[in-house]
Design a binder for this molecule. Structure first.
Ligand SMILES: O=C(O)c1ccccc1N[C@@H]1O[C@H](COP(=O)(O)O)[C@@H](O)[C@H]1O
Length: 215
């Protein structure tokens, strides 16, 4: 068993939270983005977060959220981290961090080598980085599309200043190879542990966490 840490994102029920916790996930994510099949209302997320065992990091995923939206989420949901998954600028990341006093994880979309310098830019302001596949141009969702990027882009990289997670198209079948190729020690998954959009499967969650932490 390794020290690899897993985030299961897009949880919508108490059973999902229990499955993630019992499988050994380190983080659970709640999606606040109405276009997503994983979107939860703030009061639902508050109830779900309250069921999470102590020590499980509860993350709110938002996309270009306004202060009013973040005020409402942070006032009602007991959270440990904010994940910014839109086009938030470095200045906005710093502003959110200061305003809410919570660690901020910034998602960065990668399609090719030209996207990699953004990782250094956001390292200066975010507490963690989430390196995800860049969504297709016509995508409705900026993440959660079940698409992987070419992991070879991260092979042999220099070390970044911040902890980071690998995301995008990860599954119980490919996560071990993804960890090996990128050297990541944290991974984030959504579609890869679902049987239908937004519907998590406890067996897939268990298989994913087992595969990611077996190395
Ligand atoms: O999951 C979503 O619906 C979502 C919506 C908007 C922004 C990000 C979203 N998900 C994040 O994307 C990664 C990768 O997802 P997948 O495993 O490829 O489906 C996921 O881990 C979430 O952090």
């Amino acid at each position: 068993m390794s020290d690899n840490r897993v985030k299961i994102c897009g949880l919508r029920s108490a059973d999902d939270v229990t499955a993630a916790a019992q499988a050994g996930a380190a983080y659970v994510g709640f999606v606040f983005f109405p276009k997503s099949p994983r979107h939860v209302q703030i009061d639902e997320a508050a109830t779900l977060a309250a069921t999470a065992p102590v020590g499980l990091c509860k993350v709110a995923l938002t996309v270009n959220a306004s202060d009013a939206e973040l005020d409402a989420i942070t006032a009602q949901v007991p959270l440990d981290m904010l994940q910014l998954h839109g086009t938030e600028s470095p200045a906005r990341v710093a502003e959110v961090k200061a305003r809410y006093g919570l660690p901020v994880m910034k998602a960065i979309g990668v399609a090719d080598a030209s996207d990699l310098p953004q990782i250094d830019v956001y390292s200066a302001v975010a507490d963690q980085l989430l390196i995800d596949a860049k969504p297709p141009k016509d995508a409705v969702l900026p993440g959660g599309n079940g698409l992987a990027f070419d992991w070879r882009l991260l092979a042999g990289r220099k070390y970044w200043q911040r902890p980071w997670m690998l995301a995008g198209g990860l599954t119980p079948e490919n996560v071990a190879e993804a960890l090996r190729m990128t050297g990541a020690n944290q991974v984030d998954v959504s579609s890869g542990v679902e049987v239908a959009p937004g519907q998590k499967d406890p067996t897939l969650i268990r298989s994913f966490v087992a595969a990611a932490t077996a190395l």
